[in-house]
Design a protein around this ligand. Sequence first.
Ligand SMILES: [Zn+2]
Length: 394
Amino acid sequence: MKRLCFLCQSETEVIFSTTWVLPGLAPREIGFSVCPECGSVCQSPSVSFDEMMTFYSSMAVYTNPGRQEKPTDAKVRDLDEQIQFIRRGIGYLPNSALQIGSSDGYTLSRFRDAGVKRVLGVEPGTASVELAKRLYQIDCIHDSAEQFETNEQFELIILTHVLEHLYQPQMTLKKCRQLQQLPTEGFIYVEVPLMAKPASLCPGFFSFEHINYYTRDNLVRSLTDAGYSVVSLVEHYNSNLSPIIGVLASTRPQSHCDEFVANVVGNRAILQDYRAKEVAYWQGCLDAILPQLQQSKRIFLWGAGIHTSQIVANTTLLADCKINGLTDTSSLKWGLRQGDWHCQAPDSIDWQPGDCVLISSYASEKEIFDALLWLRDIGVTTLRLHNVDDTRSH
Ligand SMILES: [Zn+2]
């Protein structure tokens, strides 16, 4: 499916595309495009909205082994900062907050603990709605960003790592503005991955789940177009796996930021440079472990998901090795077809000494590796594709 620009609705121009094998979906072309009018980068061609929802439903209760429903250290730190940043930008913490995409409820629990009296979430995932209630006593509207409705008005609306997932992000921002028709000033806090220079972007930055890409300029324009005025900005390049940008904006008109200027040439170059780097990176990782892989009796890929799609799309793995199967701890994945394999439960495989498991997740590589000690104990080799001890997580 070809998409129009998420910001200005123009037709977009494909810069690169590849065939992806995705869990539960037929193989298809996924690409990344630039808007010739405003320069915004988006995923196009993409899967349809309904197919994306099918994909999310197979990921819904996915939690990494060993985390035990607790926020990561990075998440705790990020919330410390977000609360301080918003308090500083406004001068006080508002009385009410709505978070769209409230996930397990941790973020809202922190705002409540910091003194926000009324907090409410919007969350499409059934498991997340239940977790938020059970872990933090946070109430949610069980619905999507696109479809939820409420008559309540909120002083603060929070959208952290949401806009990059939405097919029509501007509609959601305009809906937020409708929920802030207050006589007093209202605020919105938006945080998204920042499309910076290619050297600053991690492997897999242009990803399946992220269908819109933001620079400082087009994020400011997104908010301005929806009726907000930016009052505070923060950018981090090294703190998380990918660069991120956080913006606080107000319903009160003010003009601190420059007029929008489209950067079509620069953004097109980012996509092209990134693609060349990415192909070299993934193949380099594979080449480093190929001798060990080829000595293994049987090879299983760990995880029915995006990283398996990426290793297949970006390397010569299938030409170099025979892959015997696919395994994952999430019961939602068992039986799902991805490429030529059906995902099996780890304890349903008759592991033999000399077998090999290939871990290709970048974000959770170490966590998964640590949890697979039981396999190493019975003589199975566990190989890490990226082999980085990156403690920064999403
Ligand atoms: Zn555009």
